[in-house]
Design a binder for this molecule. Structure first.
Ligand SMILES: Nc1ncnc2c1ncn2[C@@H]1O[C@H](COP(=O)(O)OP(=O)(O)OP(=O)(O)O)[C@@H](O)[C@H]1O
Ligand SMILES: [Mg+2]
Length: 573
């Protein structure tokens, strides 16, 4: 009874509550009066209602977005901007040369124009760029040939070089200059253009045919606000590291002039630095692959069903994915209880979900591995030997593995001893598709894997949760058809467990080999110490025997000679 009365009370009260609601217009009146003056009148005008907000809502051009968020692309400070510009140009040149089967010959020039302004030029002997494509490549963000494919290359997003040009324009107002030629019998074209950030469209100011002694290739010049610095994050260090991972490339680098000498107004002429070609063979040409069904998310699958040219579900699964045969496609459809003859566009959401689940339940071969080109154990060793003087070198190339359906492969190299620093953390070189990663070391899966490896069991010191300490250089290379970077600036690799595991396995293999070397070294040092000790006491032993056994001088010398011979024989053993 009590419960009933409790329920009824609020029911009866409800109409009473509504009354004040009806009174609301009366309350609003004073609010309308307020414009006559007073604080709340100003407050009201400061707020925007839905109509006000609607008037302000509009498209955001991708260039406007990245101009504001240039740090996402690696242009967050002048020295990084200079490095990123060189990097984008060189990465593109290497990609273009390799795709065209040309051994890369690249020239990088940096000229300092005033304290903070630089002109960067990158020239290659690649295939050149077709005239009609030049404005869009350099004057439009998110335009490129690599995004829509699954193939190992340095670039993948279609932002790199146009973003560098945009940064140059924003900081100096100067256009990007491009000279390109696609072959001997063809004309060379020279362009000057800027990016219209509001429209994300190129605006060409110069487009003319020029005489260029180069048979084929591209030269890009960008003026930008920068800062030239040495050290780990410098252009010099980047070029040194990229030549280490690309032994087939020859890179000539002209650094900016040194500041004028005192009493002499002229700048010292800069000396060119050459990073020679170590290997005369190009990396093997990698195949483009289709997505592996295991890595495709439901939304993507539905989109693929909408976009496919295939007539039915079976041919769609078979043709648009890697490793799906007609039999596997039928099996997937059967498990999903969706007819394999269904037109992909007619597959409903529920059915697509069943197909997605059925894919995960079906046994499908791993993606093919010929889409990945490792540097290779031999070349890593050669490159390491050319780079650092050490006592011991090791390199490991793992077999391809898969993350989110994308094939990838990990390689590691290690140099130990020699000139490498003793009491400091090891030097770590990280690479993704042969490109050195110089920033965000602590955010990278490679660093996580190096720290997560127990280096103490491999005879190296390691503070808890930190890089090992000792005279070593470790390089890790991840090659993949799609490298999962943590941001558009491509500085660190995301922590996919499969990737971290593969890196750790490669490092452990290098660790085991270096441990054997270090133990052997310790054993030899220990033995040498004991030997020196024995050598020192052999004459004393002989003198002792001389006294005890009453040996003459000749016999005593013979004892010394015999004992020394025994010691010598033990060394040979
Ligand atoms: N030196 C070059 N020679 C030939 N083609 C080039 C050259 N530089 C750029 N390209 C073409 O221009 C496209 C756009 O280059 P961009 O650097 O903007 O993007 P990307 O290399 O595709 O990806 P990312 O943004 O990851 O660098 C490339 O995909 C390539 O097709
Ligand atoms: Mg690029």
């Amino acid at each position: 009874m009590a419960a009933r009365s409790v329920r009824k009370k609020p029911a009866r009260k409800k109409p009473a509550r509504k009354k004040p609601a009806r009174k609301k217009p009366a309350r609003k009146k004073p609010a309308r009066k307020k414009p006559a003056g007073g604080k709340s009148a100003r407050k009201k005008s400061a707020h925007a209602d839905a109509d006000d907000q609607a008037r302000k809502q509009r498209d955001i051009s991708v260039s406007e977005f990245f101009a504001k968020n240039r740090h996402l692309l690696g242009f967050d400070n002048p020295s990084k901007a200079l490095l990123t510009t060189v990097k984008e140009g060189v990465d593109n040149s290497l990609d273009a040369c390799e795709e065209a089967g040309i051994l890369p010959d690249i020239r990088v020039e940096i000229e300092q124009q005033d304290e903070s302004r630089f002109r960067v030029a990158i020239q290659d002997n690649g295939p050149g760029i077709v005239r009609a494509q030049v404005p869009r490549i350099f004057g439009r963000l998110l335009y490129g040939s690599k995004f829509h494919r699954l193939r190992q290359s340095r670039g993948q997003q279609g932002i790199g070089i146009s973003a560098a040009g945009m940064y140059g324009l924003l900081t100096t107002g100067r256009p990007v200059k491009i000279t390109t030629r696609t072959g001997r019998g063809r004309e060379a074209h020279h362009f000057q253009l800027i990016i219209d950030t509001q429209k994300n469209e190129p605006r060409v100011s110069v487009d003319r045919v020029v005489k260029w002694p180069v048979q084929h290739g591209t030269r890009v010049e960008i003026e930008l606000e920068g800062n030239y610095r040495g050290g780990q994050h410098s252009v010099d260090s980047y070029l040194r590291q990229i030549s280490l991972a690309n032994p087939h490339a020859r890179i000539v680098y002209q650094p900016p002039s040194a500041p004028p000498e005192k009493g002499n107004g002229k700048a010292r002429p800069p000396e060119e630095i050459e990073f020679p070609r170590v290997a005369k063979q190009l990396p093997p040409l990698t195949a483009e692959i289709k997505p592996h069904p295991y890595g495709v998310e439901l939304g993507v699958l539905m989109q693929m069903f909408r976009d496919t040219k295939a007539r039915n579900l079976r041919t769609c699964l078979q043709g648009d994915f890697a490793r799906v045969s007609a039999r596997i496609a039928e099996e997937i459809c059967k498990t999903a209880e969706v007819p394999s003859s269904r037109r992909p566009r007619d597959v409903r959401r529920g059915e697509a979900e069943r197909v997605h689940k059925a894919i995960q339940k079906t046994k499908i071969m791993s993606p093919p591995s010929d889409c990945i080109a490792p540097i290779g154990e031999d070349l890593i060793l050669r490159a390491l030997k050319a780079e650092v003087e050490a006592d011991f070198y090791a390199s490991v190339t793992r077999r391809p593995a898969v993350y989110r359906g994308n094939p990838f492969l990990v390689e590691a190299g290690l140099a130990y001893g020699g000139n490498l620093g003793l009491e400091q953390p090891i030097t770590l070189f990280r690479y993704a598709n042969r490109v050195p990663l110089q920033y965000q070391q602590s955010a990278c899966a490679v660093t996580k894997a190096v720290i997560g490896t127990d280096w103490r069991s491999y005879q190296l010191q390691q503070p808890r949760g930190a890089l090992p300490v000792g005279p070593a250089l470790v390089m890790v290379h991840i090659a993949s058809v799609w490298v999962p970077f943590t941001s558009e600036s491509k500085e660190a690799i995301a922590h996919y467990p499969e990737i971290v595991k593969e890196i750790r396995l490669a490092l452990q293999e290098c660790g085991r080999r270096v441990a054997t070397h270090i133990r052997k070294g310790k054993r030899e040092a220990d033995e040498a110490k004991k030997r020196a000790y024995i050598e020192k006491y052999i004459p004393q032993v002989a003198v002792g025997l001389e006294h005890i056994l009453g040996l003459n001088e000749r016999q005593r010398d013979k004892v010394v000679k015999n004992l020394t011979n025994v010691l010598e024989k033990s060394r040979k053993l």
